[in-house]
Design a protein around this ligand. Structure first.
Ligand code: CA
Length: 227
């Protein structure tokens, strides 16, 4: 995702500018600090999306910076250490860092880790579902389950059920259902809706025989019955 803001905390100018180049080429916005004791106020003010944090720093060392940052922020942190043996110890300290990279590193590897950590940190998109008792309709997967069992629906049956379930107990005239399901007006098409409804009822009743889910309202249309 472009334009995410990465904070590099690194006192070695060469390493910092190398990282900056690679990250900027990958589409990230980059800030750089060369002291540990300026990090907390920077993070509070600017809320970066990820921090690359060196351990040996003037002012305040990286471990302390990590601990202090964790008191108020869940910003993903990748710690950079000069010694591979140090990584086990760092993990043992439970500083709350998300990943560790050892110097010398390849900038490509750093970019790959940054991407991976950012991906993990992104909140999962909320699934759009409609549910009524044991019936759950998932708009993203276009799946419907009854008591957890998958229902096999045609696209028209799925759309119909979705419309009806989105407003339980509301009566939908046949013509409205035709328009919503087919997307256009089609004279004399409302018998098809009856057929779809019949099939839909049959499929649901196979898994839920004890309840009427869709009822017809004489002369008016259909509704989904919420418990
Ligand atoms: Ca350093």
């Amino acid at each position: 995702m472009a334009d995410e803001h990465i904070l590099i905390v690194e006192d070695e100018e060469k390493i910092a500018s190398l990282l900056r180049d690679y990250l900027e080429k990958s589409g990230y916005r980059v800030s750089h600090l060369d002291r540990g004791d300026t990090v907390v106020s920077f993070v509070k003010r600017n809320e970066p999306d990820l921090m690359l944090l060196d351990i040996m720093l003037p002012g305040m060392d990286g471990m302390e910076v990590c601990r202090e940052t964790r008191k108020f922020s869940s910003v993903p942190i990748i710690m950079i250490t000069a010694r591979v043996e140090e990584i086990d110890r760092l993990i043992g300290l439970e500083l709350g860092a998300d990943d560790y990279i050892c110097k010398p590193f390849s900038p490509r590897e750093v970019v790959a880790r940054v991407k991976a950590v950012l991906r993990r940190a992104r909140p999962a998109p909320e699934e759009r579902t409609l549910s009524a008792g044991p019936i759950v309709l998932n708009e993203d997967t276009r799946g419907v389950t009854v008591h957890g069992q998958e229902l096999s629906l045609t696209p028209s049956e799925f759309k119909l059920l979705k419309v009806l379930m989105s407003h339980p107990n509301r009566v939908f005239p046949r013509n409205d259902l035709v328009n919503m399901v087919q997307g256009y007006e089609f004279e004399g098409y409302d018998r098809t809706i009856d057929t779809h409804i019949k099939n839909l009822r049959k499929k649901i009743a196979a898994l839920l025989p004890e309840r009427e889910i869709i009822s017809s309202v004489y002369g008016e249309g259909y509704k989904f019955i919420a418990e």
